[in-house]
Design a protein around this ligand. Sequence first.
Ligand SMILES: Cc1cc2nc3c(=O)[nH]c(=O)nc-3n(C[C@H](O)[C@H](O)[C@H](O)COP(=O)(O)OP(=O)(O)OC[C@H]3O[C@@H](n4cnc5c(N)ncnc54)[C@H](O)[C@@H]3O)c2cc1C
Ligand code: SF4
Length: 550
Amino acid sequence: MNAVRARNESAWLLPAGPGTDERLRRNMRGYADGDEVDIVIVGCGAGGATLLQRLARAGWTAVALEAGPFWDPERDWVSDEAGSHHLYWTEPRIIAGTDPVPLGSNNSGRGVGGSMVHFAGYAPRLHPSDFHTFSADGVGADWPLEYADLRPYYEDLEEELPVAGERWPWGDPHGYPHRPHPVSGNGELLLRGARACGITAKVGPVAIANGRFGNRPHCIYRGFCLQGCKVNAKASPLITHVPDALAHGAEVRAEAMATGIGLDERTGQATGVRYLRHGVERFQRARMVAVAGYSIETPRLLLHSTSKRFPDGMCNDFDLVGRYLMVQGAPQTAGRFDAEVRMWKAPPPEVSTEEFYETDPANSYRRGFSIQTVSPLPITWAEHVAAQGHWGAELRRYMSDYPHWACLGALCEFLPLAENRVTLADERDRNGMPIARFSYSQCSNDRQLMVAAQHVMEQILTAAGAAEVITINRYAHLVGGARMARDERSGVVNRDCRSFAVPNLMVTDGSVLPTQGSANPALTIMALAARTAAVLSTGARRGVLTSVKE
Ligand SMILES: Cc1cc2nc3c(=O)[nH]c(=O)nc-3n(C[C@H](O)[C@H](O)[C@H](O)COP(=O)(O)OP(=O)(O)OC[C@H]3O[C@@H](n4cnc5c(N)ncnc54)[C@H](O)[C@@H]3O)c2cc1C
Ligand code: SF4
């Protein structure tokens, strides 16, 4: 515990019990636009807030510009599905392709803490195989770093969130700092059905403290993780990294929408960030810029940052910005049981299996999927049933029967394809910025994975005793769009998340992932940002950094 606190004191800086670090926010250091800070970070979510906290600790002067509000969980959040719409990024976007991806609540967040404010809390690592799928399986891409490069950062962050779960037998087998949570009715059924099918399933890993952690209270198992945890039991950067960043002199400037990155045409270096705050256009000067606005907003900002040097968007010399975006195929299967399951009573994902994660040469497809409990609340449950075509009296019947249903979700590793991309539309938003146009089409491997995952989920629920099973197709998560690679003809940033084209410009969010595995992405995004911060703050990569820290 002392080692975690020495690295990140956030949990001890919050007030005891639910509530907000009001004193820290009131006394937060403020910088003027004209102050040339060491770094300005766009977006204060998983990647941005982790970078901010690490660099503030290392003594950097740092400002995070965040488009959304500085949430107060007590004041701003409610344990209610309908009342939580304001947590999502709902600015207009255009979707296209043969398999257009619905956006909004399912894959975007806004405000300090980013999408993790309303993420489901599941925090698995990638597998070592994820880092070289092209060499091993002939699909996807090889990363410019290996699993071993990220392992120490995974371990640090699992302690800081903290993560609770059983010993994990898959990928690089490892334990978790907190023991697994008690298992819900939904989780019990996944364990039972999997056992009957000869499939190993385990409890965890969830980024929810099992017991008190610092001043954060324990989970009360009411299942409102996707609505923002009012009691501060579930991790999000708002409570796990921002308090420590503020205590070390960082500024989080909320309601500040970045609209462009400044460039010195003579030196080719970034000079700061243009942003809108309360209707006024401003420019924060900085020696280094990091973009961490999530997989659609990061490419949009880069593409919108044009100049003589970059007429087609910053870092876009090889037409790679916005390409290779990925969602995970996330079919969801529900099963009806005679006994009441009450699937809402627990963190939604709690039990899972990664038995089908790796490539099996016996299959006609490459890579694989994971299966987790998902536990939709009533409105999402109604969407599931309606998507099956049930309406009117039939829909009412399913809704009244809600306590009897269990629900599983898969995460299928969709492959990175160049034509799955963000471009700028002709239409503009209320800030005058071109709207993002997001085009998505599945390949045959993607479709095969969806079918295979559905088959296994239906098998598990039937083996657990379900009398009826219904499956719908969905997508989850969103990564890629400014991927890391070994060279500038294959990606936008290098292994340290530094752009190839502008030496003092970093990208430190989910946009940099070249592949996604079948794991939920937040822990990996945080681990990459923590690694980048370590590289920057130790000065391991000289060049432009010498002017920053020496
Ligand atoms: C409903 C839901 C459930 C999820 N469940 C899980 C889960 O269980 N496990 C898991 O690992 N992952 C989960 N995820 C995904 C996970 O939350 C994201 O992958 C992760 O938070 C992305 O991190 P990021 O740093 O890329 O972006 P974010 O965390 O989204 O942060 C980006 C921030 O940038 C801000 N921003 C964007 N553009 C601008 C701009 N121009 N100027 C200023 N600020 C800007 C946004 O407001 C946002 O706060 C879930 C996501 C959703 C939506
Ligand atoms: S189930 Fe636990 S972690 Fe989720 S919202 Fe409730 S208290 Fe928070």
